[in-house]
Design a protein around this ligand. Structure first.
Ligand code: HSE
Length: 394
């Protein structure tokens, strides 16, 4: 590629991390021409002549050949990225929500305008998991991928389970450290991990998931009694998105908290660290870990994409383009723990097999096997889902 002239959209936590990473790397022939921000009154850490408040100044600047999109709002980001692609610009983005929601449109636009679209920073921060899945695992069929894809919830769970910090205090610290989304409900309710799961399914299995089809439950209804259950049974608690092959050679996926034994290596992944555990049908077990959130680690992933674009790197989408397609199903059975203070709600879960029920004053938990599609349907009731805590149990 000719010299890279970047138009940077957004100068928040990740934008500033990228700016820092680029300064450290001193890449030849790569520079930021303009940074688009919204608020002219906000004090910035760099000179004001770097900024513009009009995105069109970047979108229609023919000299800018790479657009680095680092804003929050998925809809606005999509409009910007679409216009930039139409204008022949290559894209680097960290916007997992935009990618997950607009995946088919983005893939079509990329094809139509023959531009690069890279998004390593959108999934698990500084772990190079998209390049790894897309290239190293381009051909090998996978049995499963699971892991810790959200730094905020891992930080909160580490603090509340291991250090007896209150949930509110731990979440506040995650926000202050720049791990959480602007609206942290996206983290604690599991949406952020869900969007990343959609992107991982694309590269790991070649499946374009509709995020609405995937069972999702977060950590926001966790109670002290659930933590007591973890302690008494010597479990660690993690939010663990999982994609795995089913007995009928389809794949299923879900984003749920999970009680795991301390012999599971994922139990040793603390604070904002993320991890990805891949089981290849030929190569067997792989484990990757690294910083999954925060300004510098995420900025470093954006830097890696910019450098990759400069070398004309593109994703292969090998599995997406394969002749044999893998189907998605929610018709699989999982073993879950469901707890709450109101047995009226707990009674609605139609377990296939009930394995254990325990009540202690107002608190009850049940463990049993249940079909994912049934669990998903029940949890779609908003009154009910705020009254229970659900986790897979090993
Ligand atoms: N809020 C996200 C997280 C940021 O906590 O993982 C990184 O995608």
């Amino acid at each position: 590629m000719q010299p890279v002239k970047i138009g940077l959209i957004g100068f928040g936590c990740v934008g500033q991390g990228f700016y820092y990473a680029l300064e450290q790397a001193q890449l030849e022939n790569v520079s930021i021409k303009k940074i688009v921000v919204k608020n002219p009154l906000k004090e910035r850490s760099i000179a004001s002549n770097n900024f513009t408040y009009d995105k069109n100044e970047v979108l229609h600047d023919a000299e800018i050949n790479v657009l680095v999109e680092l804003i929050d709002n998925a809809e606005e980001a999509f409009t910007i990225v679409k216009t930039a692609m139409e204008n022949g610009k290559h894209i680097v983005t960290a916007n997992k929500k935009m990618l997950a929601i607009y995946l088919p449109e983005l893939l079509a636009l990329q094809k139509k305008y023959q531009v690069g679209l890279l998004y390593e920073a959108a999934v698990c921060g500084a772990i190079p998991i998209i390049q790894t899945l897309d290239r190293f695992f381009a051909n090998e069929p996978l049995a499963s991928i699971t892991g810790i894809f959200n730094g905020t919830t891992n930080y909160v769970l580490t603090k509340v389970v291991q250090q007896n910090t209150s949930y509110e205090q731990a979440l506040l610290e995650a926000q202050q450290n720049g791990f959480a989304e602007t609206d942290p409900t996206a983290d604690v309710q599991g949406y952020d991990a869900l969007y990343k799961t959609v992107i991982i399914a694309l590269h790991g299995f070649g499946v374009v998931l509709n995020h609405k089809d995937v069972l999702r439950f977060g950590i926001n209804t966790l109670q002290q009694n659930d933590l007591k259950f973890a302690k008494e049974n010597n479990y660690a608690l993690k939010l663990l998105p999982t994609i795995h092959e089913t007995d009928d050679s389809k794949i299923t996926a879900f984003v749920l908290p999970r009680f795991i034994t301390t012999s599971n290596v994922l139990s040793q992944v603390h604070n904002e660290l993320n991890a990805v555990s891949i089981y290849g049908k030929v190569s067997t077990q792989h484990f990757y870990t690294g910083k999954g959130a925060g300004s510098y680690p995420t900025g470093a992933a954006v830097l890696a994409d910019v450098a990759a674009l400069q070398n004309n790197y593109t994703y292969t989408y090998n599995k997406l383009n394969a002749k044999t397609k893998i189907a998605f199903t929610n018709n699989a059975v999982i073993k879950v723990y469901i707890s709450g203070n109101n047995t009226k709600y707990l009674a609605q879960f139609n377990f296939i097999t009930e394995l254990e029920t325990k009540s202690n004053e107002a608190f009850t938990y049940k463990i049993g096997t249940i079909r994912i599609t049934d669990l998903k349907n029940i949890l779609e009731d908003n009154d009910l889902n705020s009254e229970v805590f659900v986790a897979v149990v090993d």
